[in-house]
Design a protein around this ligand. Structure first.
Ligand SMILES: *Cc1c(COP(=O)(O)O)cnc(C)c1O
Length: 353
């Protein structure tokens, strides 16, 4: 156990034990969990649905540990990385006393999870004039008290699409050692050329990395994410997580989607998506009424318009949904556009021609 990380957690959480999930082998006669002894289904994959899932399933842990290159003890599968964000706030922030740091404009779930927990949210905005760069000095200055528990950083950032500078992230990690958790959300990292920060966890026990299968693996409907952290953090979060949340069909489908053949197909599609990202950005830049297309390292583009309402309505009229960003201060003239299939992107370009 890491004593600093234990001190950082809420005392109530330290006093809890993780829910005791029964451990069984396929031969076990399982009369210990009040399950129904027959499954409603006959087929092989569904035949065990009368049984609660393992928590977490060993095959899933094994596969994710290969995929992300970390030990099983440093990995926690969650219901999307959104659940990981919620667990972090609940395990580390005392209601009415602690706070998190976010860098707007960014993913709104960080602030939502903190507020649900009754924690404060301090905003240290990204610097728009520097391409939405992170300001390490300002973040470090805001972490002066022990009530700041978590800094959330998103790279590539949603909704701006840029990677945060590596040196800036390292200087934040160095300065905040033994002070708070630094969470690096890499939901879109597969669309950038950048390796994951998780390789640096040995050096920085206060580093937490979030990964998800929702974006580059095309499994948003499955709801599976992954938190990579020091085993002490994993152990604390498992006490907060309700038992049995990763359903058997989720494990089943995930294992099927992470075979070498499917990974290869998805890599090809990702390469296609990146070509489309360039094509769409270039085409949009020369459209009249488009003020700016921000460079993107993710699977979406941030596009600013002279008249954002008209652009939004024209897309809408063609049955194309794009994201308004009016809730993000300073982005009221922008839309966030996910890169689609070549045909879908053509349709969007037509709507805005
Ligand atoms: C989409 C997204 C996620 C992933 O959410 P899931 O709950 O895993 O689907 C996490 N962080 C950011 C910044 C995102 O945009």
């Amino acid at each position: 156990m890491n004593p600093f990380l234990e001190r950082l957690a809420r005392p109530e959480i330290l006093a809890l034990r993780a829910y005791d999930v029964p451990r069984r082998t396929p031969e076990t006669i399982a009369l210990d969990a009040n399950e129904f002894p027959w499954s409603p289904f006959g087929e092989e994959t569904l035949a065990t649905l009368n049984r609660y899932p393992d928590h977490p399933a060993p095959e899933l842990l094994g596969r994710l540990s290969e995929l992300y290159g970390v030990a099983r003890t440093s990995l926690l599968p969650t219901r999307g990385s959104s659940e990981a964000i919620d667990l972090l706030c609940r395990a580390f922030c005392r209601p009415g006393r602690d706070e998190i740091i976010v860098t707007s404009p960014t993913f709104e779930v960080y602030a939502l999870a903190a507020r649900l927990q009754g924690a404060g949210v301090i905003d240290v905005p990204l610097q728009r004039e520097r391409g939405f760069a992170v300001d390490p000095g300002a973040i470090i200055d805001r972490c002066l008290t022990t009530s700041t528990k978590i800094v959330f950083l998103c790279t590539p950032n949603n909704p701006t699409g840029n990677l945060l500078d590596e040196e800036a992230l390292v200087s934040i990690l160095e300065a905040l050692a033994e002070r708070c958790l630094v969470v690096i959300d890499e939901a879109y990292i597969e669309f950038s050329g950048r390796p994951s920060f998780s390789a640096r966890r040995e050096r920085y026990p206060h580093l937490v990395v979030l990964r998800t299968l929702s974006k580059a693996h095309g499994l948003a409907g499955v709801r599976l994410g992954c938190l990579l952290a020091e085993p002490t953090v994993i152990d604390l979060l498992r006490r907060v997580m309700l038992p049995y949340v990763i359903a058997r069909p989720v494990v089943e489908v995930t294992l099927r989607a992470l075979t070498p053949e499917i990974l290869e197909t998805m890599n090809k599609r990702r390469a296609c998506l990146l070509r489309e990202r360039t094509r769409l950005a270039e085409a949009l830049k020369i459209r009249t009424g488009v003020r700016r297309v921000w460079p993107s390292e993710a699977n979406f583009l941030l596009v600013e318009f002279d008249d954002v309402e008209t652009a939004w309505e024209r897309a809408q009229r063609q049955g194309i949904a794009v994201r308004r960003l009016t809730s993000h201060p300073g982005l009221d003239k922008a839309l966030r556009v996910s890169v689609g299939t070549p045909e879908e992107n053509d349709r969007l370009l037509e709507a805005w021609s």
